[in-house]
Write a protein that binds this ligand. Structure first.
Ligand code: IPE
Ligand code: IPE
Ligand code: MG
Length: 258
């Protein structure tokens, strides 16, 4: 179970953090932040704990970072929680990871509702255990009217499969006369992806020192700013997110222009 948690309204930011937040908010805030939350297993290993202890700790960080993202006015936070390749892991670990949404949302959902956060999910729902899907759908349903931060979990998500499936659906629509060759372009194709009608990430963060995408949002990250850190996900905190945004604010995005 989750450690006892105080509701958000009772968790005050320190005054140093509050000041930092104010400074960061003076400049442009990335509308969509995507995070590859990596390093839970190594965090646990360093402490001679089972890997699942790292996942449990990582879940608490999700809560902290969601709260800050919402405070900063980030519109969308996409968190890579489980990839289509993560099924290769030992069954006990996979089983635990599939229980995490229930554990997280079981405690956290009332706060998300109260804080105007909307829960969404992208990934292959069909192959998720029904208890996992039920927890997510319950949260999506309970928060569907909220119009604050969108907390989008990438769960059983894989970008190559997403693109191939998108192409298959284009072919299907082509056969049915819904789309013509002339109509197919980058904008229309992107509506066949799981991210349809949502803007691409402005900032991608990956923790744990790995400098790779691991099949995450290959299409959507074409012009995203990347920020990598050696910090393991369970050690990631508010200051790290603020640092990443500060770096982002000092980048020059050219999108191919001058
Ligand atoms: C990220 O942590 C969480 C998931 C992939 C589900 P890892 O479990 O990959 O941790 P490391 O990379 O083994 O340290
Ligand atoms: C990427 O991390 C997937 C998630 C964070 C959910 P992995 O730990 O699975 O990636 P690799 O195996 O190091 O590339
Ligand atoms: Mg990993």
């Amino acid at each position: 179970m989750l450690d006892k948690m105080k509701p958000w309204k009772n968790t005050k930011n320190s005054s140093v953090l509050r000041d930092k937040i104010e400074v960061i908010k003076e400049q442009s805030i990335p509308a969509h932040v995507a995070i590859i939350m990596d390093g839970n297993g190594r965090w646990a290993k360093k402490r001679a704990l089972p890997r699942i202890a790292g996942h449990h700790e990582g879940m608490k960080v999700v809560r902290k970072i969601t709260k800050l993202a919402n405070q900063l006015g980030i519109k969308r936070l996409t968190l890579y929680a489980f990839s289509t390749e993560n099924w290769k892991r030992p069954k006990t670990e996979v089983d635990y990871l599939m229980k995490l949404p229930e554990e997280f949302l079981g405690t956290f959902l009332p706060e998300l509702v109260e804080e105007n956060v909307r829960v969404e999910m992208m990934g292959y729902k069909e192959s998720l255990p029904s208890h996992t899907l039920k927890a997510i759908e319950r949260a999506m349903n309970a928060t569907k009217e909220n119009n604050g931060l969108v907390l989008n979990f990438a769960l059983n998500y894989g970008s190559r499969a997403e693109i191939v499936d998108g192409v298959k659906r284009v072919l299907d629509d082509y056969k049915r006369g819904i789309i013509s060759e002339e109509m197919l372009n980058e904008d229309s194709f992107s509506t066949y992806l799981m991210t349809k009608n949502t803007p691409d990430p402005d900032l991608l963060i990956r923790t744990s020192g790995e400098i790779r995408l691991s099949n995450f949002m290959l299409w959507q990250l074409a012009y995203t700013e990347f920020w990598f850190t050696d910090v393991l996900w369970p050690d990631f905190n508010e200051n790290h997110l603020l640092e990443a945004i500060e770096v982002y604010q000092n980048r020059q995005r050219r999108f191919g222009g001058v």
